[in-house]
Design a protein around this ligand. Sequence first.
Ligand code: GLC
Length: 442
Amino acid sequence: MKKIILLALFSGALFCAKAQNKIDPNTIKDKMQWFADAKLGIFIHTGIYSVNGIGESWSFHNKLISHPDYMKQVKGFTLKNYDPAYWADLVQESGARYSVITTKHHDGVAMYDTKMNNLSSVKATPAKRDMVKPFFEELRKRNIKTGAYFSLIDWTNKDYPGFLKDSSRYKIANDYGRWNKFRSFFQGQIKEISEKFNPDLWWFDGDWEHSAEEWESQKVRQIMLARNPNTIINGRLQGYGDYDTPEQNFPVKRPTFKWWELCMTINDNWGYQPQDQNWKTPYEVITIFVDAVSNGGNLLLDIGPKEDGSIPEQEVHILKELGAWNKRNGEGIFNTVAGIDLGHFYGPTTLSKDSTTLYLFVYGKATGPLLLKGLDNKIESITTVGTGVALTHKVVGKISWSPVPGLVYIDLPESALDQYVTVLKVKLDKPIKLYTGQGGLQ
Ligand code: GLC
């Protein structure tokens, strides 16, 4: 009996592991290269929720506002100051290499010209325009990759089972015909977006409400890949995505996922909410960004424009500061790979792809001497990336007969510091070699 239970548990665990990871990373490695190099993306939540400045979709789902009142916002969505070229300029100025925009959130209001129903910025709002099309065109002119956020959940659609937090319309098992109707609808929208916009990346959301079988995740993946075999799909398709998307919470330990992207708001909300003044400072955003990159991930930083299409000035300020920092220090970020273990340097690090250059990131106003441990290389030079100052160092405690490398103390004068995060470039004689033993004669 015990054996049977153990076997059942074991096969259950195997099943779960399989269910979470249906895509073999080796089969998609080539198409993931631009994503791995991109490091920074700008996420944009646009929708009718910016009219009242309330929570995107969740506000009616959680009954903070009635659904009819929520939907009245369509009448106030004007986009009268929408300037897609300016948006794309701002994305470019931030240093981001891709941008993901909401084509449809859980409220079901499409921000593009869908033919599948009348609930779109084109047909239902005074804006009378497609938001996505001109934005993607402007991004492409600047060689920035395009991402389409698409909510699988569609709480306004009459054929979608879920609606308010404590009520649903029907159970799939009791009305498969109705569920099938919804499936053709949402899959039709995915086909439209594929054909119209051919996104470089798909950012699904809301997969948690149904299983892979119910969404037909495998088929959905095929729809997108048939149009563009190189399109990248985020990990919210019940096991059929290419990369993971930790949300808001920064992983404390280096994630084991092969590719991942931290999505994070710039204040405390995804969409525009005027009462939310809890802006992250440029320093906070930059340190979060550096932490993600040093651990092998990307940052997808979100902004929430207003209903008229203008972008709050605080968001503009943060993106510009981030961009200026990237201009000064980007060498240590873009086209690098995850850095070395924290035991060697008590801070974030990255490595050049050939691993002959180590970049050290120093937060705040800390000045030297900084300490590097277990580096079994000769150092050719150390300079600051942003300010180009040559730094001196000293090797301490190297015993001639021992294989254990000495400690490297690096002088970092205050005059060489960056305003936010200082990046040190350590040029090595050959690819990095690290000593991880326990000292003594090992
Ligand atoms: C969550 C929310 C949604 C938001 C998304 C962005 O899943 O449902 O409102 O758009 O995160 O990551």
